[in-house]
Design a binder for this molecule. Structure first.
Ligand code: PAZ
Length: 387
């Protein structure tokens, strides 16, 4: 039946059907209405000020295995790309809606996260029992603090959390739709690492998935006792009739593909906004091909390709607005100072890079390049609208 619908229905109707079905079957997060109200006020405020606005998505999405979720599938993303990008967008004069995975890195506080650089390490006891920054850290802390306060005072940063893949999709759709009145000056920068697979609600267990048959045996026995027939009592004597060592069960997870909503985003949720997606791969050979394929399929405005191993050192821009372009942090291990300027059109070998992180954040190069394309995009749309 489904395959008949798929072969006979035009692709745009299929995308609409998939959207209706997915959003009806997967309930919205409980805070969606609250988030929508906050986002609406934020967008109106910045639209009145004629400020460019960007939605930055960040961090991984969980795939719950149970409705009352104890276990879930997750991915590696800490939200570094998103949180760092948000700071550079603010610096470039954008208002930022930061839609991030709960507890992943946040703009500004990321400099003092719990995993590295615990903030307590930067403090010391001052005179009269006060707490002050250590002298050697004070200048850097003050720099971050000023930028953070500036964003708060000017109301240029709105932080909205999500947890699961369906929370993310509900939030993305709502915020993108709210941004429609901004036209081309609205930018969607989709850096979140979004799961491609999920467990549909009709196949999701309500309770914690059991790893042994103890609970099953207990329930059977309890039900049988409730019937109170002599025959049953003989069969299900009591809980001790279960084997002494409970049998462990293996867990086979059957995941469905998450519908590809980029098409719906481009054509329906945000028909005029500039849409930037990220493409993450681990195989350098396929990165550019996959980025081009995505652009071709969804007809949006920029794909930023990156490889897991080198994502802090280089990314590739693939866009109909400009020729393909690698953006790189100079490799200090390479001898000539001019290496960075050399335009290579292939990914670097990760083995040639030094251990650790580069001194410069690559987002400090990515955001000005995105901003430049955004300007070009606004001009193109405005010219088209005038014609
Ligand atoms: O969060 P992070 O900084 O560790 O990683 C960033 C990233 C690799 C998740 C991001 O740059 C990206 O490629 N996001 C899209 C992933 C994808 O769905 O293909």
């Amino acid at each position: 039946m489904l395959s008949q619908i798929q072969t006979e229905t035009p692709p745009e109707d299929l995308a609409a059907l998939a959207e209706t079905h997915y959003f009806a079957a997967n309930p919205p997060p409980k805070d969606l209405e609250k988030h929508v109200a906050l986002a609406r006020d934020f967008i109106n405020f910045h639209s009145a000020a004629k400020r460019r606005l960007v939605l930055v998505t960040s961090g991984g999405t969980t795939v719950p295995l149970e409705k009352q979720t104890v276990r879930f599938i997750d991915n590696f993303s800490a939200g570094t790309r998103g949180a760092t990008s948000a700071e550079y967008f603010l610096e470039a004069g954008y208002a930022v809606i930061f839609l991030h995975r709960q507890f992943s890195l946040l703009p500004f506080s990321r400099h003092y996260s719990h995993a590295t650089d615990c903030f307590l390490d930067f403090l010391r006891e001052g005179p009269d029992g006060s707490v002050v920054a250590r002298d050697e850290d004070a200048a850097r802390m003050l720099h971050v603090l000023r930028k953070y306060r500036n964003a708060r005072d000017r109301n240029t940063l709105l932080v909205l959390p999500f947890v699961s893949i369906s929370d993310y999709l509900h939030e993305l759709r709502s915020v993108a739709q709210l941004m429609q009145p901004l036209g081309p000056s609205g930018l969607l920068y989709l850096a979140a690492a979004v799961s491609d697979f999920f467990v549909p609600p009709e196949r999701m267990s309500e309770h914690k998935i059991q790893s042994t048959d103890v609970a099953e045996a207990f329930k059977k026995s309890k039900n049988a006792r409730a019937q109170k027939t002599t025959e049953d009592e003989e069969t299900f004597d009591n809980f001790d009739s279960s084997p002494a060592v409970p049998r462990s069960k293996s867990l086979v997870i059957d995941l469905d593909p998450v519908p590809k909503f980029l098409k719906n985003l481009v054509e329906g949720w945000s028909p005029q906004g500039m849409i930037v997606s990220f493409k993450l791969e681990t195989d350098p050979e396929i990165l550019v091909h996959k980025a081009k394929y995505s652009l071709d399929r969804y007809q949006h405005h920029l794909v930023i390709g990156n490889l897991l191993a080198t994502r802090k050192w280089e990314v590739v821009f693939v866009s109909p607005l400009s020729p393909d372009r690698w953006i790189r942090i100079p490799n200090p291990a390479e001898s000539h100072a001019s290496t960075a300027a050399v335009e290579k059109d292939e990914p670097v070998d990760p083995k040639s890079l030094p251990d650790g992180e580069p001194d410069t954040e690559i987002e400090s190069l990515i955001i000005p390049a995105v901003q430049e394309l955004h300007t070009k995009y606004i001009q193109t749309v405005e010219a088209k609208n005038k014609a």
